[in-house]
Ligand binder design. Structure first.
Ligand code: FE2
Length: 250
């Protein structure tokens, strides 16, 4: 009887200790997460809501660009970096000799933030003098937020398309530092090109694809520097393949 009691007591004690230990862990985790989750989760929820409005045609693309950039301007960068565990994500990167490395950040599932986000996302990592090469987008809206480092960023309006070339006009041509942002749609600033100017540089990219059903979504590479200069600042830029664009600009 005494043996049974002791065994029973021990079992209960172990169970209690286990419960307290688990509770303790959960409480610690909760205390840590509540510091940063509400703000950044709310911010990502707003980015997602804008994407839903864009995809659902409630928001024209140019207005989406204005609003998403306004939101990007309010991002608490240090919190976003902690939320996506930027340091772990970018530890031991093998930078590319041409172009960017695309890293898939994990967005933690937290209360109030849908797990099936309408936008795709990635972190681009580049070493100095490497570029997100010049390209236009078809049937997708995207936005860039510089997370760390510096870039020289260029955007162009895509005015006309022919099978072999496109007519573009420069719209943005300036330095971008951490916290600065830009965006793209089929209507405005459709072509971009970002060259890293610091030893390493990182961009948070979001994209809402397939805005029009059954139409191709993707990149179209061009050669703006080798293009023919036309009147009013326009450039006739040749469409080129990925090998050539990465060799020339990557
Ligand atoms: Fe792009």
């Amino acid at each position: 009887m005494a043996e049974l009691t002791r065994r029973s007591f021990n079992t209960q004690t172990v169970a209690s200790l286990l419960t307290f230990s688990l509770l303790d862990t959960l409480l610690v985790r909760r205390a840590f997460s509540t510091e940063i989750e509400p703000l950044i989760a709310r911010w990502l929820k707003q980015v997602n809501d804008l994407g839903l409005d864009l995809k659902g045609k409630a928001l024209p693309a140019v207005q989406w660009q204005q609003q998403v950039e306004e939101l990007f301007g309010k991002c608490e960068l240090s919190e976003l970096l902690r939320f996506i565990d930027f340091d772990k994500l970018t530890a031991n990167i093998s930078f590319r000799d041409q172009g960017e490395v695309s890293l898939r950040a994990t967005i933690p599932s937290v209360e109030g933030l849908p797990t099936n986000l309408v936008f795709g996302h990635q972190v681009f990592a580049l070493k100095k003098d490497r570029s997100v090469v010049p390209h236009g987008h078809e049937n997708m809206a995207t936005a860039f937020l510089v997370l760390r480092g510096r870039f020289h960023g260029r955007h162009f309006d895509r005015l006309e398309d022919a099978p072999e070339h496109m007519i573009i006009r420069p719209t943005i041509d300036r330095a971008f530092g951490a916290g600065e942002h830009s965006s793209i749609s089929d209507e405005k600033d459709n072509v971009h090109w970002f060259k890293a100017t610091s030893e390493s540089a990182f961009i948070f990219n979001i994209h809402v694809n397939g805005l029009v059903a059954n139409r191709r979504t993707g990149r179209v590479y061009i050669d703006p520097q080798g293009g023919e200069k036309l009147s009013d600042g326009r450039i006739k830029a040749r469409k080129i393949g990925s090998d050539e664009v990465y060799r020339k600009y990557g």
